[in-house]
Write a protein that binds this ligand. Structure first.
Ligand SMILES: NC(=O)C1=CN([C@@H]2O[C@H](COP(=O)(O)OP(=O)(O)OC[C@H]3O[C@@H](n4cnc5c(N)ncnc54)[C@H](OP(=O)(O)O)[C@@H]3O)[C@@H](O)[C@H]2O)C=CC1
Ligand SMILES: O=C(O)CCC(=O)C(=O)O
Length: 476
């Protein structure tokens, strides 16, 4: 039984959750405590009690702790990756890479802890100096989704601690295993009791308590648009700082002058790897007419080579969908696309394998219209559509006609079009001849329009959310 970490103590909850393997529903990954609202409030109180001491504990101490966590994640990437693949369903290779990414993130923020920058300016008044410094915001509530059970917690927890905040972490209910393993490492990193707290439990209970608590100064959330909006409405009433990363409907433009191998590679990786369960996934291929038939043909051929199966099998390229509800959503969208008149040219059906799991053959629709639901709504699974475009300008208009703006990609050999796209794509992240998904860990992450709210995550830009600015005037 895996307990919650509250105020430096491992405490069991009033209920438990059985964590099942989506590649093999007969396999129990582990049993995890589920906190109630009372325990959530205890964790918040512990983080609140610890916040002043931690804010002044010094940057060396923060750097040592973060470096310890990063080093252990990197050392144990194989076994923690296996755990992650077992509970979430991404392939072992993807899961090991995710743990390594989390390790690098902690290492990066160990360095950032030492680089607390400020400004010194002259005053407009004589004999006065102005110092501008950054201070921690206090208790940070971290609410994460199931699709990156290690990397997303890492890129929120590491900067929170690096900039001197205390943390209450609520992972997604579906993936407590990676969260608990990460918390266990953090518990041995030398942080004072209460600086980091793990509260596994339901979003509507534990998450809600965090959103409502006046002691939680800032909330960093990744997940669905619906939950993000609800969270913001509540937290804004008490003027908490909020950062939301939500959905995407990311376009990949393929122009006539694109290298076809590169375009197909970007499309396959971007849309279907990690079973399409990435907010950065490409789900709309917007393809110029001159290359469209060849692109669709090559995509069908490539899709036919992909091995769908148990996440731990060495030959698997596409693991199972994360759970029954997500599989239902994916299959429903396949039916919606058919009803809307798009042409299903590959996959789209549930698959049987040796073990009982949520397997699905990746789906590709051709001849989709930009206004169709499959071209407008986030599906969050291995389902994508190809939309023909008359020319680059037409493709750009289609790409931008979306409520989302997380990533946008283009495959082209034209410098002119690539440069134009970087300036005019309505997205927080733009990719030229690289997949829309799979980003670096040391540069900003976030979107425009309905995809994101608040300051950017990751890299040194994370300071914006996890600190508050103080301006001091001194007359000697
Ligand atoms: N942008 C992204 O990266 C992601 C997008 N999604 C999208 O969201 C859809 C649904 O996925 P789902 O996991 O249900 O996403 P949710 O937005 O419901 O879950 C994200 C996190 O928020 C928590 N949460 C849920 N309700 C509340 C609440 N009232 N107060 C505070 N926290 C809450 C969840 O907890 P709990 O797990 O206990 O419910 C989880 O930790 C997907 O199909 C996909 O379209 C999903 C995951 C990631
Ligand atoms: O594409 C990536 O590397 C990150 C994706 C992500 O953050 C997400 O899907 O939530």
């Amino acid at each position: 039984m895996h307990a919650n970490l509250i105020g430096g103590e491992w405490v069991t909850g009033p209920t438990v959750r059985e964590n099942l393997n989506p590649s093999d529903l007969g396999e129990l990954v582990g049993v995890y405590a589920q906190a109630d609202a009372v325990q959530a409030r205890q964790a918040i109180a512990a983080a609140s009690d610890a916040r002043h001491a931690w804010a002044h504990a010094g940057i060396q101490r923060r750097a040592i702790a973060l470096d310890f966590i990063g080093a252990e994640l990197l050392r144990r990437q194989q076994d923690l990756g296996t755990l992650l693949a077992r509970e979430e369903g991404k392939t072992l290779a993807e899961a090991v890479a995710e743990v390594a990414r989390a390790g690098h993130i902690f290492k990066f923020f160990a360095g950032e802890a030492l680089r607390q920058r400020g400004d010194k300016l002259a005053s407009v008044r004589p004999e006065i100096e102005v110092d501008i410094t950054r201070e921690p915001v206090g208790v940070v509530g971290i609410i994460t989704p199931w699709n990156f059970p290690m990397a997303i917690p890492a890129w929120k927890i590491a900067p929170a601690l690096a900039y001197g905040n205390t943390v209450v972490f609520k992972p997604a209910d579906l993936v407590p295993g990676s969260a608990w393993a990460l918390a266990e490492i953090i518990s041995r990193s030398g942080l004072p009791a209460g600086v980091f707290n793990l509260v596994m439990g339901r979003g509507g209970v534990v998450g809600q308590a965090m959103i409502e608590s006046p002691s939680v100064a800032a909330i960093s959330f990744t997940g669905s648009v619906e939950t993000g909006h609800r969270l913001l409405a509540t937290a804004a009433q008490r003027r908490a700082k909020v950062q939301l990363e939500m959905g995407g409907k990311n376009p990949l433009l393929v122009l006539n002058d694109a290298d076809l191998d590169t375009a197909v590679d970007c499309a396959i990786q971007g849309a279907y790897f990690s079973t399409g369960q990435r907010c950065t996934a490409s789900s709309r291929f917007i393809v110029e007419k001159g290359i469209y038939p060849r692109f669709v043909q090559r995509m069908q051929e490539q899709l036919a080579t992909l091995q769908v199966g148990h996440a731990l099998r060495p030959d698997t390229q596409i693991g199972p969908v994360a759970d029954a509800a997500q599989l239902r959503q994916d299959l429903d969208y396949v039916a919606i696309g058919r009803d809307e008149g798009a042409r299903l040219v590959f996959g789209g059906e549930a698959l049987q394998r040796d073990t009982e799991g949520y397997f699905m053959r990746p789906a590709l629709f051709a001849d989709a219209a930009p206004a169709m639901r499959i071209a407008q709504e986030e599906i969050f699974g291995p389902v994508a559509c190809a939309i023909p475009a008359d020319n680059y300008e037409h493709a750009l208009d289609i790409a931008n006609a979306s409520p989302f703006g997380l990533t946008a990609g283009i495959c082209t050999s034209s410098l002119r079009h690539a440069a134009h796209f970087k300036r005019h794509a309505q997205a927080g992240m733009v990719m030229v001849n690289v997949p829309t998904a799979g980003v670096d860990y040391h540069v900003p992450f976030g979107g425009s329009k309905g995809s994101s709210y608040g300051a950017r995550e990751q890299g040194s830009y994370a300071a914006e959310f996890f600190t508050t600015v103080k301006t001091a005037y001194t007359k000697a």
